[in-house]
Design a protein around this ligand. Sequence first.
Ligand code: FES
Length: 569
Amino acid sequence: MRSAAWYGGNDRDSYIHRAWMRRGNPDTAFTGKQPQIAIVNTASELTPCNAHLNEVAQSVKDGIWAAGGVPYNLPMISPGETNVRPTAMLYRNIAAMATEELIRANPVDGVVLLGGCDKTIPALLMGAASVNLPAIVISGGPMLNGTFRGNILGCGTDVWKFSEDVRAGKMSQEDFNASEKSMIRSKGHCNTMGTASTMGSMAEALGMTLPGLAGTPAPDSRLLEMSHLSGRRIVEMVYEDLKPSDVMTRGSFVNAIVALAAIGGSTNAVVHLLAIAGRVGVDLTLDDFDEIGSHIPLLVNLQPAGKFLMEDLFRAGGLRAVLKEVEASLDHQAINVTGKPLVDSLKNVEIFDENVISRLATPLQKDAGIAILYGNLAPLGAVIKPAAASPALLKHRGPAVVFESIEDFHSRIDDPNLDVTKDSVLVLRGCGPKGYPGMPEVSNMAIPKKLLEQGITDLVRICDGRMSGTAYGTVVLHVAPEAAAGGPLGLIKNGDMIILDVEARSISIDISDAELASRVLPASTSEAFAAPARGWERLYIDHVQQAHLGADLDFLLGKSGAPIPRESH
Ligand code: FES
């Protein structure tokens, strides 16, 4: 065991390591032969989606003890999506860094990764991949369905919808306020197919969870059973030396991309999967999402693209029932944490409700995966989720209405004199990894009030930021390079004609190359990108990569493994 370097000797240093760790643990915990397992736990009361993870950790501990291991809770940085400003994404990489460093620094032989809220599972997987000790993921699971006045309430998605309804005069402020108490019904993360649900599913599709875990609702007792079993399994994985690099192969990422399309998952999965692949050393590119996923049909009828919520997906058969339908597109060699091929876990799974999970022969939508766009507006690529877009807008030409920042957008969007029509293309810049900083979820800009009042509910929108996985609309995201990195997005002027053609995979400004080359970034725009003088933001801005590479820090790519550090005494 790696941990024997701390506990296994008879010298002064081994004495110190053992003595301080006893606290009721028996001698048998410290012979140097029992796997020492860190439960890397993102429980936090300021990350409400993960607040129940201490209860999950207890079941994991029971499982680890039962299998002969020794468990330790290792609290981890937990960026909560709804609270953290300027955006939780700014802190994904610091959480990944802390995960990596604290696993490596401690007497640990294997890790159980407890996440849930959007950034936590990606951060844990990135950090664990760079250490490459045996690891298993438990996603804390979605909350139960909420209802408001008899109607199902989708966490996140209905906030966007209701706020638009208030602005359009279709919902009173009083009703809007009243709905707030019904939004979060139980413990767990967002119950739509937002980023947390998506990344929980990605963890299973990558092979990093026990089969059938993804989407188990947070209050469901089966989550605790799976947590116990995961605790048992990680001990076996240490004995087998089954590492993330053995599980997360290129084939696993193929499976994740197929799953992402079939479930109608969040666009945020693109940056997260690219970042995880960068850590584990798999050559994954933006184009892989289009080539592997764009022709996969949408099978899951969940908000924001559809009707139901995660609790419904679970009772309808869950992720494995979806994967069974697209089994022919999966990599059959890719294994999961059981050490066996992922596809082995799809035997004997069934669809129990075809209103929630469609058959491959009758999909909700054909060719539903994420599309990658290029052109003089996004030379390094941009992302669109056709399943969440208006079909009529997937081919569109219209004049740009440019906003320099989200504050600029908020101050002008409802100005009756704003020159905007149903054909306009809203352009928001300064929201990329460097520009904001942190690449916030602001790209699904609200529709101008005067258009909402005319019944217009969607416009083409373009941004170098991200979009909440719970949001919808014809939104071109993750434009690379971002404006703050000198991308052409920063050079668009009001009235420039923007051409979107998703079928041709193109996004462009209808001006000549010479005209584009002659333009310079407006002074007001460049001033907004002034880098902070110190702290994490400074380090982040100096080293963050563009969205098409996963927005990881350049010096964190790859892995350093788990060498035993020098003694501290
Ligand atoms: Fe935590 Fe949605 S806010 S998962």
